[in-house]
Design a protein around this ligand. Sequence first.
Ligand code: TRP
Ligand code: SF4
Length: 400
Amino acid sequence: MYQERVVSGMRPTGALHLGHYHGALRNWVRLQNEYPCMFFVADWHALTTHYDTPDVIEANVWEMVIDWLAAGIDPQQSTLFIQSRVPEHAELHLLLSMCTPLGWLERVPTYKDQQEKMGDRDLATYGFLGYPLLQAADVLIYRAAFVPVGEDQVPHIELSREIARRFNHLFGREPGFEEKALAAVKKLGSKRARLYLELRTLYQEKGEDQALERGHELLDQAQHLSLGDRERLFGFLEGSRKLILSEPQAMLTEASKVLGTDGQKMSKSYGNSIAMREEPEAVVRKIRTMPTDPARVRRTDPGEPARCPVWQLHQVYTDAETRQWAQAGCRSAGIGCLDCKQPLIDAVLAEQQEFHERAQPYLDDPSLLRNIVADGCDRARKLAQETMRDVREAMGLTYD
Ligand code: TRP
Ligand code: SF4
């Protein structure tokens, strides 16, 4: 059976913090048990905004991969690689750029937002405008079915879908397509073939979206189809084009939000973050000095957890019983803030203990890390090359 693939990337921003872990990485760790997963360091993406400080990127790449492994990403199950080591991403980006309307890129919400937010940098560059297209190439080159991302990235995946559709429409012509598609239909077996053709008629003549969806399911379950036949059948279901690039879907994480020690979004640049592999003493210090409900000036003043950033962390780290205790103790002034923080400190330290343990072998022997990434890059390159062969052929670039 055709395995639906998950692809996601992260910019190398240096040591990851608990916000990254609970917001994204924990989800990656879960996904690797369910799908073949490809996770990559988006180093070119980092250059789209930080082209003037490239030196920080290199150290960050390795730190970040160590954090992935520390979180429990298993290199036996997942493919870990670095974007720039698979230059096919750049080739696909270039080829897609030929048929991407400028307006599609200018309309991506992050384009104007980020330019305004990062006012200190000059982001009126070609690379920055094209970065959602680079992201589309990252995903389309592996024919990803699902892309786990945060909400802010959903428009980028939407753009990837539109690009795939446009590409297939423009370049999915194939001489003798209809005959080849009908031959592929036969390979489904007579029962499935009949159902497939019925669903195709329902969709094409009556516009029933449900029929299209059921058709996709049928094809997802079909076995022993070559990639070419699969593309033809997906394309034939909707029209008369081969589907060379498949449309990915954003997979929104129901992530628990870990806020920073000041109750704002956790971010290294705000100075409110706790790193995944923070020194234990620093964890203790950072949590002990966290601001609490300002109403609790003295130990005897009652407080309200809803106004306290420490309470936010309890939501993620402690069990219902402890939260009950903290809530009641806070409101009655039965406990002090340091008491309230202790179970949190214990929970964060316990979680980090595992991170430190998983990271240690790679800190002791960096060649282990290099080998994992080298293997991942080889695997990724192979898949990317397969797609590029089809893309070049479709665009008339084979010349043989
Ligand atoms: N743009 C993403 C970010 O800034 C990172 C990224 C690059 C990515 N390529 C991707 C995420 C492909 C998912 C899929 O966070
Ligand atoms: Fe915050 Fe806990 Fe102090 Fe209440 S007791 S203010 S929840 S730290």
